[in-house]
Ligand binder design. Structure first.
Ligand code: HEM
Ligand SMILES: [Ca+2]
Ligand SMILES: [Ca+2]
Length: 331
């Protein structure tokens, strides 16, 4: 009798431990997404996204940085659920940090082609995550496997965009906003390394070139020989919408040149240059530049890893959300 009780208690304990482990594992890894989610339901989905990104990139190279940034802005607001793609008054798209996003036409094009072969199967959130990955590919970076199976959200409000980090923010504030999404300091430095491609409008950094923080002079962290070049590109009271490379000399290549520029006081945004000023983020910049011996890190590899983490933020899976018919509108 005693043995029988012992045995069933033992079984119960085993079952409980098993359940706890399963719950834990799903929370840490899965959140329900997995590589090859569409391999039987829509086997051509990933290749359609890739060929669409490639063809748009050939006629307009700015779509690559545009789509990468769009995916980041999607994931930080309501999770990676395609909420950024909804158009109309009062939606996320209209919020100040999002007004200059580009590449929506690429997502709409890919979605239309995918709907023609497998209607109602592939989410817009997944199409955007895949397009962000392929944007790195076309700019000569490494590729990686993207877990899929996200579903599309049913909420898109301009007022939710405050989760996004701002370009004047301190490293501590940037770290806090990333930590709130489960991303650590390495992820922060690595993902902001996405600024190795693309451009910024003068309006986001020209205040650093002239009367920085009412000092009457420029931001002292800007390299002295670089300053006049930037001033020529963005004259005081000039056109704030004019665009300047975030990675001087390597705007179209997914490489570590952006980190060299930070080291040399040639970061464009205040938030970028601060990654070199702050000791906790500087070490990662140094590791990507091979300045820390055996602690060296390969940016191309780590970028894929951090992107997979970012792409899994607060995703909707299973029967949550919906699969939109058109990416710019709820069903
Ligand atoms: C502290 C975090 C970040 C801040 C404050 C920030 C801020 C900005 C700003 C102000 C611009 C210029 C936008 C424009 O003029 O159109 C920009 C561009 C860009 N950002 Fe970030 N960003 C951050 C993190 C990231 C991350 C994590 C990624 C991607 C993984 C990313 C990818 C890009 C790309 C690719 C562009 C160029 C966009 C284009 O050329 O259209 N950024 N960012
Ligand atoms: Ca979102
Ligand atoms: Ca570059």
């Amino acid at each position: 009798m005693a043995y029988y009780y012992y045995n069933s208690i033992n079984k119960m304990v085993t079952i409980i431990i098993f359940l706890v482990l399963v719950i834990d594992v799903t929370m840490v890894f899965g959140q329900g997404t997995r590589v090859g989610f569409y391999s039987s339901t829509c086997p051509r989905a990933e290749s359609i996204v890739q060929s669409t990104v490639k063809s748009h990139f050939q006629s307009d190279p700015t779509v690559a940085p545009g789509l990468l940034r769009m995916h980041f802005h999607d994931c930080f607001v309501q999770g990676c659920d395609g909420s950024i793609l909804i158009s109309g008054a009062g939606t996320e798209r209209t919020a100040p940090p999002n007004t200059l996003l580009r590449g929506y036409e690429v997502i709409d094009d890919a979605k239309q082609q995918i709907e023609a072969v497998c209607p109602g199967v592939v989410s817009c959130a997944d199409i955007l995550a895949l397009a962000a990955r392929d944007s790195v590919l076309v700019t000569k970076g490494l590729t990686w496997s993207v877990p899929t199976g996200r579903r599309d959200g049913r909420v898109s409000r301009a007022s939710d965009a405050s989760n996004l980090p701002g370009f004047t923010e301190s490293v501590d504030a940037q770290k806090q906003k990333f930590a709130a999404k489960g991303l650590n300091t390495q992820d922060l430095v690595t993902l902001v390394g996405g600024h190795t491609i693309g451009t910024s409008a003068c309006q986001f950094f020209s205040y650093r070139l002239y009367n920085f923080n009412s000092t009457g002079g420029p931001d002292p962290s800007i390299d002295a020989t670089f300053l006049p070049q930037l001033q020529a590109l963005c004259p005081q009271n000039g056109d704030g919408s004019k665009r300047v490379a975030l990675d001087t000399g390597s705007v179209n290549n997914f490489d570590t040149s952006y980190f060299s520029n930070l080291r040399n006081g040639r970061g464009i945004l205040e938030s970028d240059q601060k990654l070199w000023t702050d000791a906790s983020t500087k070490v990662f910049v140094q590791r990507y530049l091979g300045l820390r011996g055996v602690l060296g890190l390969r940016f191309a590899v780590e970028f894929g890893r951090s992107m997979v983490k970012m792409s899994n933020i607060e995703v909707l899976t299973g029967t949550n959300g919906e699969i939109r018919k058109v990416c710019s509108a709820f069903n």
